[in-house]
Ligand binder design. Structure first.
Ligand code: ADE
Length: 232
């Protein structure tokens, strides 16, 4: 699966694409991470990509021409049309279900990382398929959000991580993951819960289920409400 990030700061993506599980997946040919520098499509010697907003107001807007040209330069080179996604605080919530559906679709993701006050709306209207936000806060730019989307999708691409890790993790079945422990058996005087050393796998499963339910009720009561059956 290919991820192509359109950005004013491609250097932010370089260590991301070369490190840890993502780096290994790239090396193994399971995913590709490419960047397109929007500034390469600016039409002037200063490589200007922003301008003040029509109608007034604070801040600057990413200009339509360089962004539009950057997107179209990628679309022209592809036999299959990528899904073009604009990362913006004003987008629809990005969540597990979206990550799953994009990973299953397997289509290239063209991730447009916004900066300033946003991208000229005409580019969004003409060329963007989805607008997504990674949370209810405003980032300085969309690059970190693009990395979040890439991690969430790439780890669902077959072979990127072990299938067993996917089965038991947070949000599977709307329940958070149970707490994990490893050696040493006692840390700063705090022992590992004895049941985990018992070798009794049925009891361990039961204990983990209970801890996961307790954690979910405490940290994500909204998930508990969501999974409760309707009474009418
Ligand atoms: N750009 C700025 N804030 C963002 C957010 N919360 N999600 C996605 N892109 C963004």
């Amino acid at each position: 699966m290919t991820f192509t990030v359109l950005t004013l700061f491609p250097e932010l993506l370089t260590p991301f694409a070369a490190t840890s599980i993502i780096g290994r997946a790239v090396d193994r040919g399971l995913i590709k991470v490419e960047t397109v520098d929007i500034r390469d499509f600016a039409g002037d010697p200063h490589r200007t990509c922003d301008d003040s907003p029509y109608g007034g107001g604070a801040g600057m807007v990413l200009k339509a021409e360089p962004v539009g040209d950057a997107i179209e330069s990628v679309l022209r080179r592809r036999a299959t049309k990528p899904r073009t996604v604009y990362l913006t605080a004003g987008g629809a919530p990005f969540d597990r279900d979206l990550a799953r559906s994009w990973a299953a679709e397997g289509r290239e993701l063209l991730l447009l990382a916004g900066r300033y006050e946003g991208v000229d709306q005409r580019v969004v209207d003409l060329l963007v398929d989805d607008e997504v936000s990674i949370g209810d806060y405003v980032l300085i730019g969309g690059e970190v959000a693009a990395m979040v989307v890439m991690e969430a999708v790439a780890r669902l691409v077959p072979g990127v991580i072990q299938a067993a890790s996917l089965a038991e993790e947070s949000f599977e079945g709307d329940v958070l993951e149970y707490p994990q422990y490893t050696r040493p058996a006692v840390f700063r005087g705090v022992p590992v819960p004895p049941v985990l050393l018992s070798g009794d796998h049925a009891r361990i499963r039961e204990w983990r289920r209970g801890r996961a339910a307790e954690r979910t009720a405490r940290l994500r009561p909204d998930l508990v409400r969501r999974s409760e059956p309707c009474s009418n």
